[in-house]
Design a protein around this ligand. Sequence first.
Ligand code: SF4
Ligand code: SF4
Ligand code: SF4
Length: 327
Amino acid sequence: MDITRRGFFLISTGLLSSILIKDNAHGKEGRYATLIDISKCDGCCGEPIPRCVLVCREQNKARFPEPKKPIHPYWPRKTYEDWSDKKGMINTLTPYNWIFVQKVTVDGKDIFIPRRCMHCDNPPCVRGCPFGALTKRPQGNSVINESLCFGGAKCRDVCPWHIPQRQAGVGIYLHILPKYAGGGVMYKCDLCKDRIEKGEEPACVVACRDRLKDKAVFTFGERINIYELARKRVREQGLFLYGDRQNGGTSTIYLSEIPFDAIEKALASKKERFQMPYEVRNKIQTTFNPIGKVVITSGFLSIAGAVVSAIISKNREKGGDEDARKD
Ligand code: SF4
Ligand code: SF4
Ligand code: SF4
């Protein structure tokens, strides 16, 4: 057991402050946005891995989970989510793959859709996490704090696109109540938070542009300019827009020559793991209960505090016994 009294204090202050800060983040749009023009994406045909996917994996590999095995399910569950033997999977979202290129055929035409977190304006994942492990940053990105996440997957439940992915056998729950609380840690795209904080573009944006030059699929920049550009192209070229109003608005907007309701139907008919619903309501606006969250978090902190204190006392007694034996 390597959790200390100081560690517990840091965790609890993190949890409580994130509850307070997070709810002030309601409705903030953030500085940046990404435009993804799927009429330009060919899925990197001819290349072994789409470049956006490859570079994301490279960029984030140091943060990928290394679960302790054997992994045990926590009560009352009988199963757990373990992707660690499928690290090479690139055609879906996993804790080891934060963007994928979804292929779908509409009216005989193949379409390639890069899929990753939409970075919603009012993200239900951020507001719904009972432990305050997610934050909405001023840059517009929603970010999971892996050291606070218990892997309960509430963020995935409330996400209209089911983006965050869970890996069991890692995370803070292993140090507190491994048999009774938590299921691992959730992982997803954070919009290359370290890069954008330094004023750089996300790695996937750069990788696509390196290949396609001025025909690149992604355009990243100040949100106001990105939205203006997208709307101009809708007006002038008759393209269709997605993500500007879904879930109350997002920082990831798509342009397409094919209507998004047709894309939605095509994905639904294939029963794809990741859908693209056209009408997306923000679930948290109807289900969010800040009082409930404080109660859950306070209750959890009390239990965790008692467990940590008991462990510290036990370790002290053990240390005392050992000291006595040395004497
Ligand atoms: S978005 Fe760009 S890098 Fe990604 S698959 Fe499409 S063309 Fe390739
Ligand atoms: S797409 Fe899902 S995971 Fe991403 S910010 Fe929106 S609700 Fe959260
Ligand atoms: S923005 Fe960064 S973390 Fe997100 S998909 Fe692109 S490369 Fe991956």
